[in-house]
Design a protein around this ligand. Structure first.
Ligand code: HEC
Length: 106
């Protein structure tokens, strides 16, 4: 384990004290941003304006309950190309990703 990682974890918990779910640590947030651009972007577009997948723009997503978006990311949409991501993403990861897509976190 890298020295300092415990510090990062502690700071992550402090920073997330005001939100309902535990915010992923900074290094994980970097990975999630990359995933949104590359993995999700391959279908939803690098700029999330849509492609094979629907656009994932904040003004469109804001009309759905966040919980439903989290479920869609974790379980996918059976019968559509939207795959389930729960083998790669925890619920906290998916919740953070939804906040990121909504523009609530950077
Ligand atoms: C293989 C293509 C593909 C990939 C990769 C993909 N999606 Fe999707 N996604 C889709 C499609 C197609 C839909 C629309 C499903 C439908 O018709 O209801 C969708 C729907 C969604 C929705 C619901 C949006 C709405 O308007 O109903 C969300 C949220 C979403 N995807 C997030 C993601 C995220 C986050 C990732 C990356 C972790 C991702 N998707 C990766 C194809 C993909």
């Amino acid at each position: 384990m890298r020295p300092g990682i415990a510090f990062v974890v502690v700071m992550g918990l402090v920073a997330s004290a005001t939100v309902a779910t535990a915010e992923p640590v900074a290094s994980r947030r970097d990975q999630l941003r990359d995933m949104v651009a590359q993995d999700c972007g391959s279908c939803h577009g690098m700029t999330r304006k849509g492609g094979l997948g629907s656009p994932l723009l904040p003004e469109l997503l804001a009309q759905y309950p966040a919980e439903g978006l989290i479920e869609t990311i974790l379980d996918g949409r059976p019968g559509t190309p939207m795959p389930p991501w729960k083998s790669m993403l925890s619920r906290d990861d998916a919740a953070w990703m939804v906040a990121y897509l909504l523009g609530e976190v950077k």
